[in-house]
Design a binder for this molecule. Sequence first.
Ligand SMILES: C[S@@+](CC[C@H](N)C(=O)[O-])C[C@H]1O[C@@H](n2cnc3c(N)ncnc32)[C@H](O)[C@@H]1O
Length: 274
Amino acid sequence: MNPNKELWEKGNFSKLAETMRDSADRLVDRLGVTPGMKVLDLACGDGATALPMARRGADVLGVDIARNLVAAAQARVAAEGLTNVRIVEGDACDLSDLPDDSFDLVLSMFGAMFAPCPLDVARGTVRLARPGGRVVMGNWIPDDPTMPAQILRLMHEYGPPPPPGFVPPTAWGIEANVIERFGQAGIPPEAITMEPAFKEFRLDGPPSALLDIFLNYFGPVIRVFEALGPGPRADELRARMLALIERENLGDDGKTLIRARYLLVTVRVPQPAG
Ligand SMILES: C[S@@+](CC[C@H](N)C(=O)[O-])C[C@H]1O[C@@H](n2cnc3c(N)ncnc32)[C@H](O)[C@@H]1O
């Protein structure tokens, strides 16, 4: 099986996505999604941004590699009775079954950054956006002190050595890489804007409850603990994760609120000259 698919089908990412619903909604407001807009939500998870875009009247296609998350997104779509959003299984590394210039907006929040094929992602997303359209990515930033980047760093530190040629997902959080990758897809640097943005994790429970969600439901964390097995190193990793979440917590009264920084990338796909 595709290791990336296997990784994300572990656990149940929805449990973590539920802590970020408000944030996804606010991002969609910021994107200026309007009725009738054609949108591809690439690596859409359980529909975190696909549903809010559809509620605002966009015509949305959600694509994700994880079968369980596709099913979760489809169930959420059905529960709301939305008819303008379709969710299908697919791989950001091979979008060849979708026609060129099909979307006003191609969005991938903390999604396509995890596909092990950055140039295919850059070329594929640019090909699918119409001239004058946008590609928008949200990418965690390597070495950022806020929680998600630090969780990913800890997984790298305690996890098994990556396979040869592995490109870290957070390489998408470095501006020079973004320019390089989209440059190879024919996008000039002046068509790319990058800015820091913030995502919030909110939980009606203490930091230890957020830790439990990571440990029991988040594929990349589950995989590292499976490889470690029980023992002092696993205990140490759990303790470091809890200390990190407690340090980053802005909530009070036994609640958890984490603000996490990411790189918001907007590519404006040029119109053909003439
Ligand atoms: C951190 S989750 C983010 C999900 C969603 N975009 C959100 O904001 O909640 C990462 C998502 O990327 C998906 N993913 C990872 N690699 C992928 C690939 N190669 N093609 C499509 N989806 C992929 C995973 O299945 C997972 O749903």
